[in-house]
Design a protein around this ligand. Sequence first.
Ligand SMILES: [Ca+2]
Ligand SMILES: [Ca+2]
Ligand SMILES: [Ca+2]
Length: 600
Amino acid sequence: MRRVFAITIMVLLAIAVNQALFTSHAAYISEIERATTPQSTTSIQINGATRYQTIEGFGVNANSRSWDLANPGSFTPQLDTLVDDTGSSIWRVAIESHEDWEVTNDNADPNSFNWTYYNSLYETEKFQKLWAMLDYLDGKGVNTIMLSVMGCVPQWMGGCTLPDDGSMDDEWVEMISSMVYYARHTKQLRVDILSPINEHDMPNADSMEGPRITPAHYVAIMEKLSAKLDAVGMGDLRLIGPDLAGAERSATYLSALAAAPDVVAKFDHFAAHRYALTDGGLVGAIAASDYPNLTPWVTEYSGLCPNFKCDRGIPVTPDENWTFATDTFDYLQSYLNDGVTAALVWEAYDSYYEHHQTYTYWGMIGYDTGTGIYSPTKRLYVVQQTSRFIEAGMQRVDATSGDTNTVSISAFHNATTGKLTLVGRNKTSNPQTLSITVGGVGTPGALRLYQTSESLNMADGGSVSPSGSTYTVSLAAGSIFTLTNVPIPAPADTRSPTVTFTAPAEGATVSGANVQIAVSVSDNVGVAGVQFKLDGANLGVEQSASSPSLSWNSTGVVNGGHTFDAIARDAAGNTASATRSITVSNASYTSVQYLPLLEQ
Ligand SMILES: [Ca+2]
Ligand SMILES: [Ca+2]
Ligand SMILES: [Ca+2]
């Protein structure tokens, strides 16, 4: 019995150990498989014969409050980055009506501008920042400057609800129209489009994005504003609306606007905001409305801020940034695939909003309120992957992925210039291979790869040449990628070469027919040539950068001090020079021999 018992114990132990080994081994195999197997080839088909919407551009929301009046140079680099590197061509510049704007009524008559009052108001710091920013963006040559009024209105005018009875409509119209009149006529600034009211459709009563009004009331105030602009000679100013918080309410507002064709005649686009996948019905609602020629603009979009931090004054941590970025990319791609023609990121840089009473942290460029330093976030690079390479005038063309769970794809083509841009995301955490076949887009030639991932920031992945009409492209793990036949131009070379004499030594005494003169050279791009000089005159022809040296016959000059110069240049025309002083000392009989000849 005891022996049987002991054997039983041993067998049970063996089974248990084996079970444990088996379990851990299976788990190990599973880890191996997850890490390696999904490296696969995804087929991508681009068919330029099927064409969709024409893109009008990409842009940003940017808060004028962040302009630094005392030191503009500390702030404008952010704008430069967004315009020059990110391709932001549509600027929705925010000015808030929440605080410090007609805090007391200018006078009792909403149909009489009290310019003494307004001239003073519009030179306060709040508006000086706005004017400076509009002027700077105009100087940058951006395509579209849109002025957007955000937040509630002064308390006496209704605060966060404009009274339903319309009793404050004319005062609201006077406040908005006086500002844009001052911008244009007094400040001589360019305003292409006015968005007079923001997210007035927010369902919650305590939303402070804009005064809450009904759809019918929205149409009524837009009618009054349009009439006022006509009356003061600004009938040409383009308007945009309704800038809905909920794109799913687009059809409701388009129906309401059916009664106001004179207002919609000042619209080129119909605008709604979106912080989720798909356009929320925006494109379809326009197509089904009385105004099918209005183009669908998503005037605010972003991935949702992690843990709703951004509006609560809590910066996003770096480890939260990647999901924030991939959501932002996926949402944008879905809007484009749904037919949206322009999309503006919320927002350009972290900034303080009156209506949130705090710094908010949605910026593609982060701001550290402690140090005052701006720095790029992942979302800046991710947005750049699209907006830098798809310009106004490019048309979305048919693009299909053989496995949308692995790789997403969208394609854009300009039939006039031949520019082709593909954007997508490797949705796996492994490298992937793409086999891309293109048709209906002419012969695009080589495509340049750019990628952003958790570890890459707009990294240049080199060029891929086609084999026939097929490109084979290797993607980095988890990357958002761009392929384009119009790569980013190499930056202009502004750095001079370096040049240093290696022979002869400084102060050397030389003689004879074979004095070796040599320099070492370098350049960030490449040295194009080196010209030697003797006492300021060219010594032979320009030497190649690969062997910048000469053998020089010193017997042709008089004994004594002489100077060599070596001037190195790069292909961009930057130059550098080095100087060497030497003494020539040849045997005196040379001159003695010749003296009698000279005297004859
Ligand atoms: Ca007033
Ligand atoms: Ca007035
Ligand atoms: Ca150079």
